[in-house]
Design a protein around this ligand. Sequence first.
Ligand code: TRP
Ligand code: ZN
Length: 885
Amino acid sequence: MRTDTGQIVHLADYRPTDFVLERVDLTFELDPTATRVEARLIFHRREGVDAGLPLILDGDELALSELRLDQIDLKPEQFDVSPEQLTIRDLPESQPFEITVVTIINPEANTQLMGLYRTNGIYCTQCEAEGFRRITYFPDRPDVLAPYTITIVADKASNPLLLSNGNFLGGGNYDEGRHFAAWFDPFPKPSYLFALVAGDLGVVEDSFTTLSGRDVTLKILVEHGKEPRAAYAMDALKRSMKWDEERFGREYDLDIFMIVAVSDFNMGAMENKGLNVFNDKYVLADPETATDQDYANIEAIIAHEYFHNWTGNRITCRDWFQLCLKEGLTVYRDHEFSADMRSRAVKRIAEVRHLKAEQFPEDAGPLAHPVRPTTYREINNFYTTTVYEKGSEVTRMIATLLGRDLFKKGMDLYFERHDGDAATVEDFVKCFEEAGGRDLSQFSRWYHQAGTPMVTASSAYDTAEKTFTLSLEQTVPATPGQPVKEPMHIPLSFALILDNGSIAEPTAVTGGEITGEVLHLTERKQTFTFSGVASRPVLSLNRSFSAPINLDLSQPSADLAHIARHDSDLFARWQAITHLALPNLMQAARDVGEGKPIDCDPAFVEALLEAADDDNLEPAFRAQVLALPSEADIARELGGKNDPDAIHAARQAIIAIIAIIADKGAAVFQRLFDTLRIDGPFAPSAEDAGKRALRNSALSYLSYADGGIQRAADAFSAADNMTDMIQALTVLAHRFPGKSETANALGAFLKRFETNPLVLDKWFSIQATIPGPGALARVKALMEDPHFVATNPNRVRSLIGAFAFSNPTGFNRADGEGYRFLAKQILAIDPRNPQLAARILTSMRSWRSLEPVRADHARAALAEIERTSELSTDVRDIVERMLKA
Ligand code: TRP
Ligand code: ZN
């Protein structure tokens, strides 16, 4: 582990390298504990650079074995070396020169899964962001681009496959049972996109013919025996390739595209040029073991990594501050892909739910940072929901501001102008300013100002004048390092809905710019006046969630019910039902707290059941409507101090309200449960998934009636796919913990899937998220279970991560035991895998808004971590930011 060096990187300090890297030639002689890496690097001094300046290369835990300049060994006085740096002096003034660096590395000992490591007997690499420097000394930064030639030598019997980026050059047998393969990647790339995979894997092969008629070989590599489970991923890949051609005119550029699935991986997947490496969770699926959500995730992540080939690889980032340039944009692209493959409205609802549950809390706590930060201490800690998801929302807003055609024009310009570049956010925005003929300087504050803007809205209708006025006020909260904010350019999609459901078409508008259905809020305070509105309209605002803001607009429940029935934007209909639900749930939470009986506004229950029962609406949408705001959503809305006892009350309130809905809607739910059964073979289609979601939703309401536990137990036994099985098991475990039916189901599930790690992860997660203070003891016991594997990131996330992130009532015990437990786990994980430890620690990112007693416990647990001397940079950075702000 590299302990913290405390160095902070500033965007303002950016300057290009002194030396230009022309070519990279790497030879790997693979060995589990002593792999020899020979790097031949051709450099020339950049024009105008002082002749005396040395070449400085990055390293991380490296040991130098040989070092040559133009094939001649360097004398000790010509260089300085440490595990973190190699400095070479006395270099030729103008001619290109060749540096040969030989390092010996130990893949088997690499537990942090950065650089070259071993997983289940195969060799694999992860180089983003700064993993390449764990392989050889190198100018390891994204603005150093070169073509790579790779030669891999390894024992043939144990490593029949030798893979790297680019096109296959050739291979053959070598001495002592070894063989070799050579690869050439002609597209200049930064080191973070390098990949090597070697071992014995099963191959699923297919092909794709591009727009211009080139044949591309497609391969997905998985553990032997798992080949059938890669079929869906292959299908998703081909659809992604086609979609990027049709939607963005982007064609694939090499002869081959490969995806390797590995079971030990820190993140979801990695877009290495021509050789993506995936967490196998996002590749492997079959009906028996994968849920509909798993299928949707696979489709999205396969697309995401594939789309990086253009947004990330062909055009990369100048420096890591520009991370959102590739990540925000690529998330936007994968969101659009999924919207086209599935239901756009349902996809949007899921995106917004995720954004509010993950990004809004990050933006409201001590880890808040701009989409384009200006400083960092550990770049691994900036692969955040703000960079990814808020970054995507910012891209979406550019598309909203420009409209579909001009946005496309801007993207075309970006690809044309910056292909082969290491670009910046400013370069990107400029393309849209030019293509759209619009000044985006105020808009760009979305990249630079952290915090979720709050927009307060109020409206009035003047019957005599036939005018409708809308007053808006925006504030952007203070965030760490940014006490004062400037007003943002906020695009708000809106509609004025009339009594009959039609949309008003005002004769004139004053007070600000409106383009199409979008109102531009650019001032701190702004009042729009619409004339020629014949009768009092109902305002539907921030439709499709056109801006990632908090909206404070109180509307009568009759208005919300009107939107829920009539808005042509399905997202807005869902949003209205959510806004109808929230005050009821919050009132119920308060009533529970005071021991009063629970009641519920009939207008809300009616609107909800009406949507659920409406067969003209797609089932997936109706399932989203039935999924009420979670206890965490309510806790956020309760505002002020986050009191987990209030969360507990909120949970009781949700249960009470669901029981009321379940009772009133018993006939509806019974009908849905009976009629939505799908006959015929399982298909992971969006349509069937929607039916399953709605039917399972009906089941969970039905489980509130008498005999609910038996219904759930029956559904569990009857399930013939993982979606239905997990749903029934979750109802049993979360609603009826400790009952024999639940224990039996958990036992049967374990027995059946004992040898399937991805399914076992689900078994751990379901139990880790059983609400209530008993959760901690359960989690501790599960850590002792022989199936718990502390070295596998997926398993650690499925137990410890699920507990800390997704069990608000269990984790936030009043006695602080949850926090102390987490601190202990972080300290245990950190020496082995700092990235994983730091990520799980961010589960405490909202600790400051806890009520005082818990906040004290949380602070003490964090301070305990901070006091530890041997912390990784990753964990130290997170813990210090959390304690400082
Ligand atoms: N670039 C990857 C993506 O598609 C993210 C990623 C994968 C990553 N593995 C990583 C980032 C390891 C940091 C470290 O989003
Ligand atoms: Zn990405």
